[in-house]
Design a protein around this ligand. Structure first.
Ligand code: FEO
Length: 171
C-alpha cells in the first residue's frame, strides 16, 4: 500500500499526463491546419506517448493496491497562432511536468518509498529527453523556420517520427 500523499500525487499525475496528451493533440490540430503535416505528426506521436505515461501511472497505482480515480481533463488553455511560439509552449509545459514528477519523487523520498522512486526513475529520464527534444525543435525552427525550403525540410524530418511503445512495461 502506498503512502496517501504519494498515491494522491500519482493519481493527480494520471490527469496531468492525460492533459499533456490533450494539449499536444491540440498542437497537432494547429499544425495540420497550417499545412505542416510533419509537425502535426510529431505532436500526434507525442500525444500518444503522453497517454502511455498516464496509463503507466494508473497501472502502478493498481499494482500497489490503490484504486485510481479519474477526474475531468481540462481544455487545452493555450491560444495557438504562431508556429514557433507553439513549440515554446511545448518546452514550457515539459518543464512544468518535470517539476510535477520531481514533487512526487520528493514525497516518495520523504517516506522512504523506494519502490515508487524506482518507478519514477524512468520518468525522470524521460523528462530529460522530452525537454531536450523540445529545445532542439525550437533551435531548428529558429534556424530554418523563416526559409520556405528550410521549413519544408524540417517538416519532412518531423513527418518521419513513428510511435513506439514505452520502454517501461508494467504487468
Ligand atoms: Fe509525460 Fe511529456 O511528459
Amino acid at each position: 500500500m502506498l503512502d496517501k500523499k504519494v498515491a494522491d500525487l500519482i493519481n493527480n499525475q494520471v490527469n496531468k499526463e492525460l492533459y499533456s496528451s490533450y494539449l499536444y493533440l491540440d498542437f497537432s490540430v494547429f499544425y495540420e491546419e497550417e499545412g505542416l503535416n510533419g509537425f502535426a505528426n510529431w505532436y500526434m506521436v507525442q500525444a500518444q506517448e503522453e497517454r502511455d505515461h498516464a496509463l503507466l501511472m494508473l497501472r502502478f497505482l493498481q499494482n500497489n493496491g490503490v484504486k485510481p480515480v479519474l477526474e475531468a481533463v481540462d481544455k487545452p488553455d493555450k491560444v495557438l497562432s504562431d508556429r514557433l511560439q507553439v513549440l515554446e509552449f511545448g518546452l514550457e509545459h515539459e518543464k512544468y511536468v518535470t517539476g510535477l514528477i520531481n514533487n512526487i519523487y520528493d514525497a516518495a523520498y520523504t517516506v522512504r518509498d523506494f519502490r515508487t522512486m524506482q518507478f519514477l526513475d524512468w520518468f525522470v529520464k524521460e523528462q530529460g529527453e522530452e525537454e531536450k527534444n523540445a529545445e532542439d525543435l525550437i533551435k531548428k525552427m529558429r534556424l530554418f523556420g523563416d526559409d520556405a525550403k528550410g521549413l519544408y525540410m524540417l517538416n519532412s524530418e518531423l513527418a518521419a517520427r513513428v510511435y513506439t511503445a514505452p520502454s517501461l512495461v508494467l504487468d
